[in-house]
Write a protein that binds this ligand. Structure first.
Ligand code: NAP
Ligand code: 8YV
Length: 310
């Protein structure tokens, strides 16, 4: 029996492509180079992992039924365009919560204890030549404010508590049954915390939420952690304030124009920078890939989707 065509718009790990190939004939193309004859007949799209599926693509695939996206954040998929056409969209929630929470703590520990600098100090032979590295700060007893106490935010919160940090949070809604104090105003929370941890979705409603005002409220003793999306933070203001010592430090996994990271930011000593590694472990990426495949396969078989956003 012929397998249905699937348009793969992203770079997927090889085992995930192999799993897709069990049920589909996989065609790899970028959004701007989809062959016309394939566009006419394709019903399945797989994307994510840095790629998206924009309105023009959705509107250019007349038989499209479903877009499976690799990642919990689906800000590069035009969900409104999909809904208008009755196209289903799936993402990969939950399977990456532990990994992203772990990387968040790793970033915070690295920034606080200056681990990258201390490692470089040993490698460069400076310990032997110049003596001790110097003293750093610690997380214990400090207060962290979480912007976005969702699936991942809650896992971060419990790990911060294991470090005996005080946790508060901001979101659009106060959540019942959460032990953490809620702030309705983000700038007010930023003023009151030592660490601001950003883990809300990238969307029109969160764009620029971590504004100059919020960063100034966080202040010279404050630290920003962004594991969400670069779009949430006013990046030029952040770089300016970090350079002037008006923001204490930043630990960043995500940036406004990935993979571009501004030179000025890369030169700063009070930052730790990761290349969007939040979910990048063998175990978690395999689980994410598996969920993409199971969603697409479920649709093919007329079964309920496992994690639909549209
Ligand atoms: P989630 O469960 O949907 O949680 C999102 C949280 O953000 C909710 O608590 C929500 O609370 C809050 N929120 C949404 N819109 C908001 C707004 N306009 N203002 C303030 N708070 C808002 O999502 P998740 O699974 O935890 O994932 C969160 C995001 O992390 C993803 O969308 C993705 O962008 C990012 N992420 C990054 C990596 C990485 O590799 N760095 C990995 C995974 C995920 P309210 O509804 O009460 O506002
Ligand atoms: C991944 C992510 O980097 O799930 C998300 O929203 O940002 C990360 O898990 C990405 O989606 C796949 O590379």
């Amino acid at each position: 029996m012929t397998k249905p065509d699937l348009l793969l718009l992203a770079s997927y790990p090889d085992p995930v492509v192999s799993a897709l190939e069990r049920d589909f004939t996989v065609h790899r193309h970028s959004e701007d180079a989809i062959p016309a004859e394939l566009a006419e007949r394709v019903r399945f799209v797989a994307t994510g992992n840095g790629s998206g599926c924009g309105r023009a693509t959705i509107e250019g695939l007349p038989r499209l039924e479903i877009v499976g996206s690799f990642g919990v954040g689906y800000d590069k998929v035009d969900v409104a365009a999909a809904r208008e056409r009755g196209v289903r969209v799936t993402n990969t929630p939950d399977v990456l919560n532990d990994c992203v929470a772990e990387v968040t703590l790793a970033l915070m520990l690295a920034l606080c204890h200056r681990l990258p600098q201390a490692d470089r100090y040993v490698r460069d032979g400076r310990w032997e030549r110049e003596g001790d590295f110097g003293l750093t700060a610690e997380l214990t007893g400090r207060r962290a404010g979480i912007l976005g106490l969702g699936r991942i935010g809650k896992e971060i919160a419990s790990r911060l508590q294991a470090f005996r940090m005080e946790v508060v949070y901001h979101g659009r809604n106060r959540q019942e049954h959460q032990p953490y104090p809620f702030y309705a105003d983000l700038a007010e929370m930023a003023r009151d915390v030592d660490w601001l941890v950003v883990i809300a979705p990238g969307s029109p409603s969160t764009r620029g939420l971590v504004s100059r005002e919020v960063l100034e409220a966080l202040g010279p003793e404050g630290h920003l952690v962004n594991v969400a999306r670069g779009s949430l933070v006013d990046e030029p203001a952040m770089i300016e304030l970090l350079s002037q010592g008006r923001l204490g430090g930043a630990a960043l996994d995500v940036f406004a124009q990935e993979p571009h990271v501004p030179e000025e930011l890369r030169r700063l000593e009070n930052v730790v920078l990761l290349p969007h590694q939040g979910s990048a472990t063998h175990k978690t990426r395999a689980a994410m890939g598996d969920l993409v495949v199971r969603n697409l396969r479920a649709h093919l078989r007329g079964e309920p989707l496992l994690s639909a956003v549209a």
